[in-house]
Design a protein around this ligand. Structure first.
Ligand code: IDP
Ligand code: MG
Length: 154
């Protein structure tokens, strides 16, 4: 099933919002398949944010992402990349819909609490970048029959 990478950024950790982020993803019915804490270094950040390296905000973004550890998570679910982007909200929290994580809980674009993969292929590659295969867990979730129709579970 589709996977997506979530990073609870340093501001989420500092503001005590890691649990709130997890709660929202759990409540959706998604399955947590990997979780760990890490201090990100420049090399990993430059690989992860490759598309933004030349942007004016990159230096600030890298500095911020190294300011304290982050919580990395791999989540799984049917078409979960798109679902999670909708739960996360617009990159600019002032434009993010009310009800979304960024819309409800943040204000600054450079302090928007959370990273979420933005395509199915990025979901796969980003999970691989941050997690060893041994850190990703396969297990049955008892409630799945109440969340999915059978064809969506495959
Ligand atoms: P996303 O996180 O919603 O996918 P991206 O455009 O991929 O947004 O940008 C990656 C991250 O870079 C954003 O989450 C945000 O932290 C930061 N960022 C993007 N644009 C700006 C900006 O204009 N000013 C400051 N930080 C920015
Ligand atoms: Mg992005």
């Amino acid at each position: 099933m589709e996977k997506t990478l979530i990073i609870a950024k340093p501001d989420a950790l500092q503001r005590g919002l890691v649990g709130e982020i997890i709660r929202r993803l759990e409540n959706k019915g998604l399955k947590l398949v990997g979780i760990k804490m890490l201090s990100l270094d420049s090399e990993l950040l430059q690989e992860h944010y490759e598309e933004h390296l030349e942007k004016p905000f990159y230096a600030g973004l890298e500095k911020f992402m190294k300011a304290s550890p982050v919580v990395l998570m791999a989540w799984e679910g049917y078409e979960c990349v798109n679902s999670v982007r909708l739960l996360v909200g617009d990159t600019n929290p002032r434009k993010a819909d009310a009800g979304t994580i960024r819309g409800d809980l943040s204000i600054g674009t450079g302090r928007n609490l959370i990273h979420a993969s933005d395509s199915k292929s990025k979901g796969e590659s980003e999970v691989k970048l941050f997690f060893d295969p041994s850190e990703i867990f396969e297990y049955d979730k008892a409630e799945y029959m109440h969340i999915y129709e059978s064809h969506e579970r495959e």
